[in-house]
Design a protein around this ligand. Structure first.
Ligand code: ZN
Length: 297
């Protein structure tokens, strides 16, 4: 629908007002320009869990709100799986992984929330604010609890390393958009971009893969988490092999936004020595998850 000139102007004014409100500054865009320059000159504004420099511009609370809103909307629009054996299983594996997350690494929220969606694609995601979604189709590919833990660890890794914020920040910086996430979230076109940046590209139809460095980082964090939780980290390699196999001509969504199998396997084998040490220590300490996979339907 075409908007009249008048309503366009009203909209523009509203956005401008929001922009000012969101940042709590009045026409002090120069401050933000300075911040950007400092970030670029300094290399970044923050450091990820693996020590990588990152450009982080948005307040974590805004990202968490966006994640929670998107998660809520998905639960209203998609089919939430209610089969108890499936839900219990996914929750069990997720709980084991969540339990070993260093609390200080959780960016600005306390609890994690898990939902299973009835969807044949082999997909999973984790959103800022600690929202984890698993498609039932993933359970055909992640054949064991440890393989499921590998996927969940990877997705949680994206959240712990604040990759969503990093990507939104990059988009904001690249477009010179000095607007807050609150504005972007209300604008449908921007909203899609934001959701894609948060890792929901497959769901909203905007292909915006995580960068290779972010993927590798999530893989390493995931490997560490699964090992800490007492899941055999070697199963991560099997998982990605299964993923590649299931891919065929039409790769599952998860693969289509993730790096090639070879790259991933090499990285995992590099981190495997350390992960096995952590795993053995966890087992010695009595960590032996007993999540029972659901019966095949
Ligand atoms: Zn990923």
């Amino acid at each position: 629908m075409m908007k009249s000139k008048q309503s366009q102007k009203v909209e523009a004014d509203r956005l401008k007002q929001d922009e000012l409100n969101v940042w709590g500054v009045t026409r002090k865009n120069s401050i933000w320009a300075t911040v950007l320059v400092l970030c670029f000159l300094g290399g970044a504004c923050a450091t990820s869990p693996t020590g990588r420099k990152q450009l982080i511009l948005l307040p974590e609370g805004q990202l968490n709100t966006l994640g929670a809103d998107a998660f809520q909307q998905m639960q209203e629009e998609l089919t939430v799986e209610t089969r108890r054996d499936i839900v219990r299983y996914v929750q069990c594996v997720a709980d084991e992984v969540i339990e070993v997350i260093p609390k200080k690494q959780q960016p600005g929220f306390k609890e994690w929330e898990v939902r299973v969606f009835r969807d044949d694609s082999a997909n999973a995601f984790a959103l800022p604010g600690g929202k984890i979604g698993v498609h039932t189709g993933l359970l055909d590919v992640a054949e064991t609890p440890a393989q499921l833990a590998a996927v969940l660890g990877h997705e949680v890794g994206h959240v712990l390393a604040r990759h969503g914020n990093e990507r939104v920040s990059q988009a904001v910086a690249a477009q010179g958009l000095l607007v807050g996430a609150g504005v972007l979230a209300r604008d449908s076109q921007h909203r899609q971009t934001i959701l894609a940046a948060l890792g929901l590209g497959a769901q909203v139809g905007v292909l915006m893969p995580f960068g290779r460095r972010q993927e590798s980082e999530a893989d390493l964090i995931g490997l560490d988490l699964m090992a800490r939780a007492g899941f055999d980290p070697r199963e991560s390699v099997t998982l990605w092999e299964n993923m590649a196999e299931a891919g065929g001509a039409q790769p599952p969504e998860f693969l289509s936004t993730h790096p090639s199998h070879g790259t991933r396997t090499q990285l995992l084998s590099e981190g495997m020595g350390q992960a096995l040490k952590i795993y053995n220590k966890a087992r010695d300490a009595g960590r032996a998850p007993t999540c029972e996979p659901p019966r095949r339907s």
